[in-house]
Write a protein that binds this ligand. Structure first.
Ligand SMILES: [Zn+2]
Length: 264
């Protein structure tokens, strides 16, 4: 093969790669900026309490985590348009629980879908009896997808005191799923000897919740996985209050997420 032929082949391959890349960017209509935009930073400061309270070098880490997340995960609006703020809310929801695990990737996730409103188990967002604001997809093509109602996702961050955040809730389910099971026990992180005490703690708290003696959202008493997701919302949104009211749970969650949020 002559040098010319080799050069020609290499250029051809480069052209094809470029073409595929461009068509992908066109398809999603979004390219992640290489330099983190100031408008994004301002938005995070205003909307994401978790980010706002980070030290400046940690903010830089959060920003580069966002860029990495958005490069890997497609975010698609279904019958609704999406903008950079929606993308930042999705990425923040995903990154807050795993902030202390810089190498973490949600292995099972490929795409996040944003719906215009609440939806049903059949992904219907028009008919009656729609009550779902977020969901980890399961079965067939939905296996690698997380879905949100766009207004509900936004409301989770707008209301900073209600101990609820659907974005964090669903990504904690995915965090839990990393070991293969959504069961309220994140075994990838939790040491073996911590599992039984954790299950006991869940049990004890569920009893209090069902007896109306707890300020934890009663939905968390549905089962162990919902318990983990619900208390995580509380932990990340109101860490100081959570520590004060539920010191044992606070200790357990700060160990799971490697983050002593109430004391920063
Ligand atoms: Zn849930």
């Amino acid at each position: 093969m002559t040098t010319f032929t080799i050069l020609f082949a290499v250029s051809l391959v480069a052209l094809i790669v470029r073409f595929i890349y461009n068509s992908k960017v066109k398809k999603s209509g979004f390219e992640v900026p290489e330099v983190f935009p100031q408008t994004w930073r301002d938005f995070l400061d205003q909307e994401i309490q978790f980010y706002k309270e980070l030290k400046s070098e940690e903010k830089l880490q959060f920003e580069s985590d966002i860029q990495r997340f958005l490069k890997r995960i497609r975010i698609t609006g279904v019958k609704t348009s999406i903008d950079d703020e929606d993308r930042l809310l999705v990425a923040s929801s995903a990154l807050i629980p795993i902030f202390r695990f810089p190498e973490w990737e949600y292995k099972s996730l490929c795409e996040v879908l944003l719906y215009p409103d609440l939806f049903t188990e059949e992904y219907d967002f028009n008919g009656k009896d729609r009550s779902i604001s977020g969901m980890v997809g399961s079965g067939g093509v939905m296996n690698n997808v997380v879905l949100f109602s766009k207004p509900a996702l936004r409301y989770g961050f707008d209301n900073k005191s209600d101990k609820k955040n659907v974005g964090i809730h669903e990504f904690v389910h995915l965090f839990d799923k990393q070991d293969g099971n959504v069961d309220g026990v994140p075994s990838v992180i939790m040491r073996h000897q911590a599992v039984l005490p954790w299950l006991d703690l869940i049990n004890k708290n569920m009893k209090e919740m069902l007896a109306g003696k707890s300020d934890i959202n009663i939905y968390g008493a549905t089962n162990e996985q919902e318990f983990l997701a619900v208390v995580s919302e509380y932990f990340f949104e109101r860490p100081k209050l959570f520590k004060q009211k539920h010191p044992e749970l606070y200790e357990a969650l700060s160990s799971v997420f490697q983050n002593d949020l109430a004391n920063r």
